[in-house]
Write a protein that binds this ligand. Structure first.
Ligand code: CA
Ligand code: CA
Length: 147
């Protein structure tokens, strides 16, 4: 099987399912979730995800509660990166627990399902600390992005 690059990794249907998972999660929280995909990750994955987070302007949320799911598909690497607002509220092992939930699904090739479930878990945790408000603004795009 040919390697699937980031842009073709998910079908249009799957991209919509991921978008729907983000929209559903953000209905319950002021937090913002994004998914960004690349072919390769340069250098340390967490440091790189931090750079992608900044490049996407995800630090510009009012409550610093953006969460990025970053995937480098050809490197089979992924990072869940939460901004300071949410990171200060959750225990360090929260991100690991989401990752541990997703990893077996990824290993079985269920990437879309794994991501959607990870988004759901992150959304539920964001909801505990940053409940949805009537004046909520969708501060960051819900579409999967690529570079
Ligand atoms: Ca919002
Ligand atoms: Ca959003």
């Amino acid at each position: 099987m040919a390697e699937q690059k980031a842009k073709d990794f998910f079908s249009e249907e799957e991209k919509l399912a991921i978008r729907d998972a983000i929209v559903a999660a953000e209905k319950n929280t002021s937090g913002e979730i994004r998914v960004h995909m690349e072919n390769h990750c340069k250098g340390d994955a967490v440091k790189h995800a931090e750079k992608v987070f900044a490049r996407l302007g995800m630090q510009k949320t009012g409550e610093r509660n953006g969460v990025l799911f970053y995937l480098a598909v050809l490197d089979r690497t992924f990072v869940i990166y939460g901004d300071v607002g949410i990171h200060d509220k959750v225990k360090d092992d929260f991100w690991d627990s989401v990752r541990d939930h997703m990893l077996p699904l990824f290993k079985q090739g269920h990437f879309c399902k794994g991501l959607c479930e990870g988004i759901h878990l992150a959304g539920a945790k964001l909801c505990e600390h940053f409940p949805h408000r009537d004046d909520d603004v969708d501060e960051l795009s819900n579409d999967v992005s690529f570079s």
